[in-house]
Design a protein around this ligand. Structure first.
Ligand code: RTP
Ligand code: MG
Length: 146
């Protein structure tokens, strides 16, 4: 639940390979900045199987796990640390629902995503889902920051 008290937070945002491939990195960063969040780190990089195994450990064993990892290895990822009060929940609100088919218009996934009929839902962005996840994920993608 959003707090009425200011809580400075950081979150890990990933522009997934579909977003980079489609040339939407700038549009996605624009939305993060327009909302008022601060970009603290940005890096275009190739993920590795080891990094993704750690990042997606909670999904290991699920049917979409291997297609998800393969998708995340299909091209470069733009990794971002964004900062601001309640940015963890705030970015997930900007991103919209996991399935772009039902994500609300006005959100990144709702405005820019669709169902491509692929083995895993390609939904442009990742955002950490809790303070614990954010700390863990920032440590994985930006070890030099922690
Ligand atoms: P994310 O972690 O990427 O911010 O997205 P999320 O919290 O909305 O979704 P999550 O449940 O954590 O799932 C991680 C990613 O796995 C893919 N996924 N595919 N049934 C499916 O085909 C399915 N379920 C999940 C999506 O790419 C999702 O973002
Ligand atoms: Mg998630």
């Amino acid at each position: 639940e959003p707090s009425i008290l200011p809580v400075a937070e950081r979150t890990l945002v990933l522009v997934k390979p579909d977003g980079v491939r489609r040339g939407l990195s700038g549009e996605i960063l624009r939305r993060v900045e327009a909302k008022g969040y601060t970009l603290r780190a940005v890096r275009l990089m190739d993920a590795t199987p080891e990094l993704l195994a750690a990042h997606y450990a909670e999904h290991e064993g699920k049917p979409f796990y291997q297609p998800l990892v393969d998708f995340m290895l299909s091209g470069p990822v733009l990794a971002v640390v964004a900062e601001g009060n309640n940015v963890i929940a705030g970015f997930r609100s900007l991103a919209g629902a996991t399935d772009p088919t039902v994500a609300a218009p006005g959100t990144i996934r709702g405005d820019l995503g669709r169902d491509w009929g692929l083995k895993v839902v390609q939904n442009l962005v990742h955002g950490s889902d809790s303070t614990e996840s954010a700390a863990r994920e920032i440590g994985l993608w930006f070890p030099e920051l922690v």
